[in-house]
Ligand binder design. Sequence first.
Ligand code: GLC
Length: 654
Amino acid sequence: MNDTSVVDEVELRGLLDGLLRGPLRQMTPLEQAIFRIRFELYVPDVLRPLVKLYGERPDFAAHLENLLGIVARAYASRPEELRLLDLRRVSEPDWFQQPNMVGYVCYVDRFAGDLAGVKDKIPYLKELGVTYLHLMPLLEPRPGPNDGGYAVMDYREVNPAYGTMNDLRELATALRREGISLCVDLVCNHTAKEHEWACKAVAGDPVYQDYYYFFPDRTLPDQYELTLPEVFPDFAPGNFTYYDTCQRWVWTTFNEYQWDLNYTNPAVLAEMLDIMLFLAHQGVEILRLDAVAFMWKRLKTDCQNQPEAHAILQAFRALTRIAAPGLLFKAEAIVSPDRLLPYLGLGAATNKECEIAYHNSFMVLLWSSLAERRVVLMTHALQNMPDTPVGCAWLTYIRCHDDIGWAVRDEDAAAIGLSGFLHRAFLSDFYSGRFAGTFARGVTFQHNPKTGDRRISGTLASLAGLEAAAEKQDWRETDLAVRRILLLHAMILAFNGIPMIYMGDELGLLNDKRYLDDPNLAEDNRWIHRPRMDWHQAEQRHDWQTLTARIFHATRDMIQASKRTLSLHAEARCYAVWTHNEQVFGLIRDSARGRLLALANFTERDQKVPRHRLHDMGFDGELVDRLEGQTLDSWSDLQLEPYQALWLEKVLEA
Ligand code: GLC
């Protein structure tokens, strides 16, 4: 056992003995021995970040004991089926990196009414090939506006409109038995202002006031504001809110009703740890950790991606591994690539932070290439991204419940002769439907006049042209829109990681303006791309005459193809290549499992890739397209139809 200056080995032995005599005393000798092994393995990983965060505190040892007590109690109460799941996961650590993994994300109510309804829809998910289901925030939110459930009032209750904790457990069990892992949101950066902790803080309880950032006046908030960006400049400007009831300013990064938690207080970390393990015990296999970049504040910075935010995640990681080693973390950090990589664990933290993170840049670059009909920026930017750490997977996606912010770096744009500012403005114009001749029908979200940023809301189908084509009743436009939808799906399936299908995209659901009728939703136009599942339209997938059937089956076929393609394992290197055609994107996946070249034509015209270029990259001789299963020779130039994707592998001689 490694020691540190703060806690020595003797003390750790004493701690372990105390746990074995206390919360673990009822366990069998074998179970106790397993705990001991995990304790010895992971305690150094617990100590490293905790010392960084709280090592200076005189009460450090007491907090450490409290955290390990939480872990030991959770270990003792872990349900048997989940203990077996832990064993399975630890025995197959790359389970989430395998090409078999395909995600689907939806709102419980919008997809199926309630949790019991979701259970009834398992056959639909299986038909599509889903093995990972992310249910959008489902814990009890505050009443009224709640940011789509991201303002949680009670982390131990399910939103009553969706069912009960018992229903969640049943659903998780049913999914697991069908080979689908459940992912839920854990909003760990903030709570609703109606959360019990916040209420006690408002009532003047100093213990709970220390759970949040309370300020008596504007002195500190003003200093912080000098370098803080605004997340919702339209409907929630500024980062602090004044409350008359307690005569204090409170840190509210997001909406006024979402209060940032104060992780300088170790009691907050302990509370959240307990909640994580509670959720893991319900059968949740992946926690989507919301807004993790914001978890630590520091004057004169943008208060994002601070080293301590990483230390918090690493502490959560190591502590939960002792009690529930099967649990995975997915980081939601919508930040630039260099800031993003550390969430997957780098250097000493390799494999010790989060296993999964959203690949926001790839998503943005896909949309950028589609608007521009050129892949130069995407190729350059991806080539300049650091390699993905081992033991992790990106979450690759085209759309999610949030808006698209044009995270195109000025350096990347400049390197290929574009102005970053003007390119971002072009993308906003293009996708909000202002650009002449655009196929997209999106809307502007959060125009920030100070920075010029205009983010975009809209469903995949509407942004890819299906809505405009339907308005015009133009069959060629319709065909192109469908091809764009499929091209983007082929891209997220080919890239390194877990592809995530956003509910309704497999059917081509269009923007849904009905949110405007609900006063709790009307001012947030992200609801335009959070439609209700149209089960009537879904039924049309059986009718080959319909567009729905075309999109659904083509998506499903690509999913099946990806599952069969071993070279798509997340451990395979993934790098963008120049194809000698600025309209055709190239991506290589490379590992001992195989070598695959994904090509994608981002235009509505036929394109060619010269054969010598394929040969340069080692793709000579007979090639097979894993998407269609067809073989093609590489002696003539390769032809791609409008928006066609190919996944090429060399046919190996027997
Ligand atoms: C995340 C969510 C977003 C939410 C915010 C605050 O970014 O994806 O929908 O508004 O966190 O919780």
